[in-house]
Structure formats: C-alpha cells, structure tokens
Design a protein around this ligand. Sequence first.
Ligand SMILES: C=C(O[C@H]1C=CC=C(C(=O)O)[C@@H]1O)C(=O)O
Length: 320
Amino acid sequence: MNVERLFYTDDFSESGFVFAPFDNQQKSILFPLETSDFITENISLDAFIDEEKTFFADEAAKETHIKLVEKTIEEIKKNDLKKVVVSRTEQVKIDDFNLVVIYQKLLQNYKNAFVYVWFHPKIGLWLGATPETLLEIKDSVFTTMSLAGTQLYKDTENIVWKSKELNEQQLVTDFIESQLSGISSNLKIDKTETVKAGSLLHLKTKVTGVLNEKSSLKTLVSALHPTPAVCGMPREKSKKFILENENYKRSFYTGFLGELNLQSSTFKTPSSSLFVNLRCMSINKNNASIFIGGGITKDSNAAKEWEETVSKSNVMKRVL
Ligand SMILES: C=C(O[C@H]1C=CC=C(C(=O)O)[C@@H]1O)C(=O)O
C-alpha cells in the first residue's frame, strides 16, 4: 500500500475503513479494502491496575468555555434554536508515550465502547473509546441510536434524569425519527435506557428500521450525520454557529468512523458499522489534544456545562 496517499469516499459504495470529519461538506477519508491487510490479535486486559488520578482544571479554559456556553444560550433564545452542542479542546503533555499501553487501558476501561487507534502519515494519530453508534447496517436492516444527557456514575445506573437532559435526548430521537421516516420502513423506537460509558452515564434510545430499496447508504448516512447529539437543532443553523464560534477546529471529533461495506466469511452480504467519534484525542509527539463537548439548551447552566466537559476530559486523561 502506498502509505503516503490519501483516498476518499465518493458515494459510500466503496469498501474499507472510513474516517469522516464533523463538517459534512468536507470529504471522508477511506482506507480502501484492496490496499488493506487484516490482522487479528488477542489482547490480555488484566495487566493494568486502574489508578485513581486527580486532575486540575485550567481556569482560563473555564472562563472561555463558560463564555461560549453563555453566548450559545443567548443564540438559542434569540434565534429560536432548540439545542446546540458546543465543545472545546484541551492539551495534555504525555510523558513516556506508549501507544499500545494507552490502547490497552482504553479497552480495559471502556468495555461497552468502540475503541480505536487510527493513523495516517498525512493526517496524524487519533484514538478514542466512543459509546455512540452512528449506524450498523446489513441487508438493508439498520440500527442507530439517540445518545445524549450526561451524569457522573456513582455506583448505580438507577438514577433520576432532570427535564433538561430528558428533553435534550428526546430532541435527538425525534430528529432521527423524522430524518428516517421518508427513507425507511418498519421504524422501531425502543424504550429509553441509562447506559454507562466509562465513569459516565447517558440516556440512550435504540432505533431500528429497514432502508428503502431506492435509498442508498449515502442517503442514510447523510440523513443521520451530524445528529443533534453532536451538532444541534435545527441542524444547519447549529452547524453554522459551531463553525463560527468554537475556539478551535473540530476536524474529526464528532465525525464518524468504522467499517464500510465489508464482507465477513460468515455473511455473504457486506455490512457497515459506523461510530460517532466521541471521547477521542489526537496525538502529536508528546502532546494529546482531547476533545469534549456537551448539548446546550435554553435550560442549560453554564457552570454545570463546564463541569460536564471536565468529567468527559477526565475520562480520557485517566488512560494517559
Ligand atoms: C459531544 C459529546 O457528547 C455527546 C454524547 C453524549 C452526551 C452528550 C451530552 O450530554 O451533552 C453529547 O450530546 C462529547 O462527549 O464530546
């Protein structure tokens, strides 16, 4: 494989591994199946003791993020937006960087997540442990999910959710339902449940359906990405606000990644498994850029939204 060359998806009919940015106007990178090797390895996960670590928040970053959240709340009220997800990046110095150890720690700590390491010499090194499935599809039968709302896990998943989180997550479910109703049949929305992702809890609703014969995978992906779990409602207005107001470029954070149209030895028809790129970081030499965000509604409290991003960044810092 010519490792220096970058390939892109054209219409999602290709086979390989896709890495898509948040901005759906930008191209998605593809590792084409024809130029890839598959290697399977068993990893032992018992080797690491999960140490408790204390992290200190950066006061300047706090002020900047709180200002951004306050501006977002104003924008929501002024322009009749329902929700906007705003985010920030945090820089962490890593001593003795060891990719394999970090990857093993991610696997150990985030058992329900899609844990990945992705590298291309022209783009860089990314890794993450995402709890959110964008899309699983095989033989036109698909599963997706609405994931939003965050609380810290404190020894129980039996918790009460406030109306802010319930509304914020319901918005995502409603968006998914309305986007899929015209291009699919047998749409089924499951009961909403609480799920654990590392030391955090989220609200999740599973959605299943059958893609219409006339609709392509590209249509389905474009209908879903970006959902209001990472962008907002209405989608285009929120995206514009995010691109103009966040203090950095998201690039692949809140994009999606995964296997595209791959055929296994068991199944004859190709299937795709795509995940939203959350709880992720990019690594440059001995520096990790961690990406974290949260859904803002008119009922948000800016200080609490800051704390939520701190909890999310601690989830990533724990493995560094
Ligand atoms: C945008 C992120 O999370 C999304 C997914 C789950 C919960 C979220 C929330 O509670 O705001 C976000 O919608 C992130 O973790 O960076």
